[in-house]
Design a binder for this molecule. Structure first.
Ligand code: ADP
Ligand code: MG
Length: 685
C-alpha cells in the first residue's frame, strides 16, 4: 500500500519510481528531445542539474508600486502598455520601447534584442513588469523587465505569491523551467540528504523553488551553499593529506653566486622581494614539493623574484619553466630575463608562433635549455624536459586546473611550484581551501615610483584630458587608450577599438597610433607590443589584452573608456600598466553610463593599494567579481561564495565532524562524486 502511494507521488517522472538524481532530464514529463538539447546547452543534463538550477531572483507582484512613486533600483509595477515602437539599430541590435502607464503616471520600458515584445501586449490589459529602473541619457527607464499578464498571475497568486525567476538562455524561458520544476515537485520532496548528519536537503530545495516567504528561500539557499562548501572543504583536506606524501628533488644553489648576481643588478631589491626570495629558496631545499603563492600588487616586481628562483634551480642543475597567460607577456619575460642573465642562463621562448619548434624542443629535452618561458604552447604533449625542477605560473588565476597540472606533469617527479598573482586571496580562504599553500607577499613597491594621478572624466568634458595627453606626448611619453569592444558589432553603444583608433589618429596626425585586440594573430599582437615597448608607437588603442602584466615604463597615460563597465580589480590592473617608471603618470576613467560616478570609480580614484581595493570590492559587490575567476574558473562553485565566511565555517565544522565520526565516504556515492570533482579543482599542484 505504501509502495503504491509512493509511485503515485512520483508519477510525474516517466518511469523512475525513486528520484534518481543521476537520471537524464528527458525523464521529466514535458522535456522532449528539443527542450533537452536547449537545457544541455545550459549545462543541465541530469535531474540533479535540474533541481540545482536555482532561481536567480524572485518576483512578488503583490508588492507592485505606483509609477509616480518609483525610485531607482528594482521595481515592480502593474500597468497598461501604450505606444510600442521597434527600432532596428544595426544588424544585431533591436530595441523595443514601450510606455507603461498606471493611474499615477507613466514610464518607459526598454527591451534589447527581444523583438517579440513588440507584439506581446494587448492594449487595455494589465501586466506586471519587474526590472531595474535607472537613469539613461537623462531620463528614467526600466530595462529588460519581465512581463506577466496580471490576470494569469492573480489567479495563481492565491496559491503562491512569490514566483521564482530562473536564469535561462535560448528558447527555454524561465516560465517553462518553472513548469518542469513544478512537475517534479513531489519527487523533490523525496530527495535524500547528501551529507550524513546534515538533514534538510529536500526542504531546502523546496523552499528555494517554491518559497512561501523570501526568508525561507534564503535559508534554503544557505543550506545548499553549505552543502556545496562541505564538498569543497573536504576535498581540500584530502588533497592536503595526499600532497604531504609527495617527494621531489631538493634544490640547493650556491648562495655566494646568488648574492654576487643580486649585487650586480641595476637596482636594489625591495625588502619584500628579498624576503620572498628567501622563503622560496628555503622551500625548494626540502624534498616535499614547494607549493607557494607569490602575491604582489601590480608593479611590485614579482618577475624578479621568479627570475632569482630560476637562477637557483639552474645552479643546482635543474631546469625551470615560467608559464604566462599571453604571448605578449611571455615574450616580454623572455626578453627581460635574457637581458638580466646574459649568458649565465640559456633561455628559450616557446609560444604558438615560435619558429623552429621541433629543434627548440630537442634542446629542452636534452637539457641544453635552463629556463623555458612560454604560453600554453609549453604544455603541449610533445614538450619534454630533461629535468624540470621548478615550475612557475605567472598570473596563475588565468589558468585552469588542467593546465597547471599539465605543466607539473612535465617533470619526472612533482616539481616545486611557484604561482604568482596580483589578485589577493583573503587569508582565511587560503587556509581553508588551499590548505597546504604557503604565501609570500610583496607589500612594497620599488623605490622612486610616483603615484598615478587618477581622474574620473565625463564623456562631454574630455578637453582637459586631451590637453594633458598632448603634453605627455610632447615629452615623448606614451599613451594607452582602452576600449570595451573591438568593433561596432553586437548590441551596444560601447567604445570600440576600430572607431577610436580612427578618431585618435585623426586628432593626432603627427603621432603613431596603433591598435591591439584579442582577435589579431599572435604574431601581429607581438609586433605591435614590441613596437610599443620600443617607443615606436605613441598611442596604443586596445582592448583589455594589455591588462595582464605588460611592462612599458615610458607609458605614462592610461585612458579607460567606459570605465563604468569594468570591475575594481580590472581597473586596478589596467591602471597598473602605467606608473612603472620614475615619471608622473595619469589614469583617466571615462564614465559614460550615468551622471554620477559609481562608487567603484570613486574608490579607484581614491586608492592605489591593491589590497585595500580588494576589500572595497568585496564590500561593494560581494565576492563575485574579484574572486570571479577563482570562483567560477577554478572552484566551480555554483551556489556558495568562498568569501561567505559564516558558511565556510559552518561547512568546516561539518567536515571535522564527518571525519571524526569516521564515515566512509565510499558509502555515499553522490557525496564522493561531488568531493572528487572538487579534489581535482582544489589541488594547486
Ligand atoms: P609585477 O609584480 O606587476 O609582475 P614586474 O615584475 O613586471 O611587476 O616589475 C615591474 C617593473 O619594476 C619592472 O620594470 C622591473 O624591472 C622593475 N623592478 C622590479 N624590482 C625592482 C626593484 N627592486 N627596484 C626597481 N625596479 C624594480
Ligand atoms: Mg607580472
Amino acid at each position: 500500500m505504501a509502495r503504491r502511494k509512493l509511485s503515485d507521488r512520483t508519477s510525474r517522472l516517466r518511469y523512475n519510481i525513486d528520484m534518481d538524481l543521476a537520471a537524464p532530464i528527458q525523464e521529466v514529463k514535458g522535456i522532449g528531445p528539443k527542450t533537452a538539447e536547449v537545457l544541455h546547452k545550459a549545462g543541465i543534463f541530469t535531474l540533479r542539474d535540474l533541481v540545482y538550477h536555482l532561481p536567480r531572483d524572485y518576483e512578488n507582484f503583490q508588492q507592485a508600486q505606483n509609477i509616480a512613486e518609483l525610485k531607482p533600483g528594482k521595481v515592480t509595477v502593474k500597468a497598461k502598455v501604450e505606444e510600442t515602437t521597434v527600432r532596428r539599430m544595426r544588424r544585431n541590435l533591436t530595441i523595443v520601447e514601450a510606455t507603461l502607464r498606471d493611474k499615477t503616471g507613466a514610464i518607459k520600458a526598454v527591451w534589447f534584442n527581444q523583438p517579440y515584445r513588440a507584439k506581446q501586449f494587448d492594449a487595455g490589459k494589465d501586466y506586471y513588469f519587474s526590472g531595474t529602473m535607472a537613469l539613461s541619457y537623462g531620463r528614467y527607464q526600466i530595462s529588460n523587465p519581465s512581463a506577466t499578464l496580471a490576470d494569469d498571475y492573480d489567479l495563481k497568486a492565491s496559491t503562491a505569491k512569490i514566483q521564482p525567476v530562473y536564469p535561462m538562455r535560448g528558447s527555454v524561458k524561465s516560465q517553462d523551467f518553472k513548469k518542469f520544476i513544478k512537475t517534479i515537485q513531489n519527487n523533490i520532496a523525496l530527495i535524500p540528504d547528501m551529507i550524513p548528519n546534515y538533514a534538510g536537503r529536500a526542504d531546502a530545495l523546496l523552499n528555494v523553488h517554491f518559497p512561501e516567504t523570501l526568508d525561507a528561500a534564503k535559508a534554503g539557499r544557505e543550506y545548499l551553499a553549505t552543502e556545496e562548501l562541505f564538498s569543497l572543504l573536504l576535498a581540500a583536506q584530502l588533497n592536503r593529506e595526499e600532497n604531504q606524501k609527495l617527494r621531489t628533488q631538493a634544490i640547493r644553489g650556491d648562495m655566494e653566486q646568488l648574492k654576487d648576481f643580486i649585487g650586480g643588478l641595476p637596482f636594489k631589491l625591495t625588502n619584500a622581494q628579498r624576503r620572498a626570495t628567501w622563503e622560496i629558496i628555503q622551500d625548494m631545499e626540502q624534498e616535499i614539493p614547494m607549493n607557494r603563492l607569490l602575491q604582489g600588487d601590480v608593479g611590485s616586481g614579482k618577475t624578479m623574484v621568479a627570475a632569482l628562483s630560476c637562477f637557483v634551480a639552474a645552479m643546482s642543475g635543474l631546469q625551470a619553466a615560467i608559464m604566462a597567460p599571453t604571448e605578449v607577456l611571455a615574450t616580454q619575460h623572455a626578453e627581460s630575463l635574457s637581458q638580466l642573465f646574459k649568458d649565465r642562463l640559456s633561455i628559450a621562448l616557446l609560444t604558438g608562433s615560435t619558429k623552429h619548434k621541433p629543434e627548440l624542443k630537442k634542446h629542452i629535452k636534452n637539457g641544453e635549455v635552463d629556463l623555458v618561458i612560454g604560453t600554453h604552447a609549453l604544455i603541449t604533449d610533445d614538450t619534454e624536459f630533461k629535468s624540470l625542477g621548478l615550475a612557475i605560473i605567472d598570473e596563475q588565476h588565468r589558468f585552469g586546473v588542467a593546465q597547471r597540472q599539465k605543466l607539473l606533469a612535465k617533470a619526472h617527479t612533482m616539481p616545486h611550484l611557484l604561482s604568482m598573482t596580483a589578485t589577493p586571496i583573503p587569508r582565511s580562504l587560503q587556509l581553508t581551501i588551499f590548505g597546504d599553500l604557503s604565501v609570500s607577499i610583496l607589500d612594497e613597491l620599488p623605490a622612486g615610483r610616483q603615484p598615478i594621478t587618477t581622474k574620473i572624466i565625463s564623456p562631454n568634458s574630455t578637453k582637459q584630458m586631451w590637453q594633458s595627453i598632448e603634453q605627455e606626448l610632447a615629452k615623448k611619453h606614451q599613451v594607452y587608450y582602452i576600449c570595451k569592444k573591438i568593433d561596432d558589432k553586437g548590441a551596444s553603444e560601447l567604445s570600440n577599438v576600430k572607431k577610436e583608433t580612427q578618431k585618435i589618429a585623426h586628432q593626432f596626425p603627427n603621432c603613431n597610433v596603433a591598435f591591439l585586440h584579442g582577435r589579431m594573430k599572435p604574431a601581429e599582437k607581438d609586433e605591435i607590443m614590441t613596437l610599443f615597448s620600443k617607443g615606436q608607437i605613441d598611442i596604443l588603442v586596445s582592448t583589455t589584452v594589455v591588462e595582464v602584466g605588460v611592462n612599458v615604463p615610458n607609458a605614462t597615460v592610461m585612458v579607460i573608456a567606459d570605465a563604468d563597465q569594468y570591475g575594481l580589480s580590472q581597473l586596478h590592473q589596467l591602471r597598473g600598466r602605467v606608473g612603472r617608471g620614475s615619471d608622473a603618470s595619469y589614469c583617466y576613467l571615462i564614465n559614460s553610463n550615468s551622471d554620477a560616478p559609481t562608487r567603484r570609480l570613486r574608490e579607484i580614484e581614491r586608492s592605489q593599494d591593491g589590497f585595500y581595493l580588494a576589500e572595497a570590492d568585496l564590500k561593494l559587490r560581494g565576492p563575485g567579481e574579484l574572486y570571479g575567476s577563482l570562483q567560477h574558473g577554478a572552484l566551480d562553485l555554483r551556489i556558495a561564495t568562498i568569501t561567505d565566511t559564516k558558511l565556510v565555517h559552518k561547512a568546516d565544522g561539518l567536515v571535522k565532524q564527518f571525519r571524526r565520526q569516521g564515515y566512509n565516504m565510499l558509502e555515499y556515492k553522490e557525496l564522493s562524486n561531488s568531493v572528487r570533482k572538487y579534489q581535482r579543482l582544489t589541488t594547486l599542484n
